[in-house]
Design a protein around this ligand. Structure first.
Ligand code: NAD
Length: 316
């Protein structure tokens, strides 16, 4: 079995992916600095604790920062992976001002370090987590992989530029564009997490008028990553990995409300930073990888509520 090295393995997607890879018998290593940018250390620690308890059992667990190339090189030489999956990053389009400078240093310069170390290592393939934000506003319904990248914020630009550098590699590469991933232990202040937090904690919430997103459940996204990792037909290609349909944020909020009748939310007009997106076209992943996302938002929300209760997430 191949050995898989995952940067950002302790994160939301990384821990779910490690769980899946372990179940399939792969040897995994995680390299993670355990950084979080929501300014709520207690919330983050709770998520991290639960990820470790439920999902995150890599064969080797390295703590380190991708901005430190020497330590990255040391651990890659130590683990000697066949495949590197690069998930580490600052994954928020809107970040608190005090974290602004980290966006470029982690998402761009950190990625360049990972790529450099990959070229020097014996690893044969790299999988890079980009984002639908690399597209900027969607101009197609659904948005195809071939669309010209025209990011409209620093996050999107940092993810898009990573893609161009990945394609310079002399070895095998795959680019994955996930979008609006949601699930238990997500803690990057995405709208899905904020709505569920508000419903459980009886707090107020708001959503953006007219926003539609391709809400993608974590188990489906982890499955998509698994397929691009193991499938040779994925090499040298870019894939949208998402649910492949768009639903409005109002629909998401209304489904939450069905579970929590007391829940109310406000609808605000979009501001200048709003990126107008919709469904991604996932036909390529379906055809080449047999990717078949299973979770509607009805299923996904139900699952998060069940897990939140099972692990008493909102108690104390
Ligand atoms: N979750 C989504 O909706 C989504 C959508 C599109 C793309 N992505 C991309 O997928 C990847 C994973 O996202 P996620 O939602 O799991 O985010 P996450 O924040 O949960 O995980 C990222 C992990 O990277 C680690 N990390 C950050 N900076 C680091 C550094 N300098 N050195 C080492 N580790 C570092 C963090 O500690 C964290 O564990 C990111 O690259 C993100 O841009 C996510």
């Amino acid at each position: 079995m191949k050995k898989i090295f995952i940067t950002g393995g302790a994160g939301f997607i990384g821990s779910a992916l490690i769980h899946l890879l372990n179940k399939q018998g792969y040897e995994t290593a995680s390299f993670d600095a355990c950084l979080n940018f929501i300014d709520n250390p207690q919330y983050y620690q709770k998520c991290l604790f639960l990820r470790k308890k439920i999902y995150y059992q890599p064969s080797k667990n390295y703590t380190g920062d991708i901005r430190d190339k020497d330590s990255l090189l040391n651990v890659i030489n130590d683990f000697n992976p066949d495949i590197i999956v690069h998930l580490a990053g600052l994954p928020m389009a809107r970040v608190l001002e005090k974290f602004n400078h980290e966006m470029i240093s982690i998402n761009l310069f950190g990625t360049l370090n990972v790529l450099d170390v990959f070229e020097k290592s014996k690893a044969e393939k790299i999988v890079y987590a980009s984002s639908s934000m690399a597209y900027g506003h969607f101009h197609q319904i659904p948005q195809k992989e071939e669309a010209i990248l025209n990011p409209i914020n620093i996050y999107g630009a940092s993810k898009a530029s990573g893609e161009f550098f990945v394609k310079l590699s002399q070895k095998k590469w795959v680019i994955v564009r996930p979008t609006s991933v949601y699930g238990f232990t997500d803690c990057a202040n995405r709208v899905t997490q904020l709505l569920l937090d508000a419903a459980f904690l009886r707090k107020s919430a708001w959503i953006v008028r007219g926003e539609t997103l391709d809400f993608s459940f974590i188990d489906d996204v982890a499955d998509g990553f698994l397929r691009v990792i193991v499938e040779d037909k994925a090499n040298f290609q870019t894939f949208n990995i998402s649910r492949g349909e768009s639903r409005s944020t109002i629909e998401f909020a209304e489904i939450v409300k069905e579970h929590f009748p007391h829940f109310t939310y406000e609808i605000r007009d979009p501001d200048k930073q709003q990126v107008f997106r919709g469904p991604q076209d996932i036909r390529k992943a379906r055809q080449i990888l047999n990717y078949n996302p299973m979770f509607s938002i009805e299923d996904g929300i139900k699952r998060i509520i069940e897990q939140s209760k099972e692990y008493r997430f909102y108690e104390n």
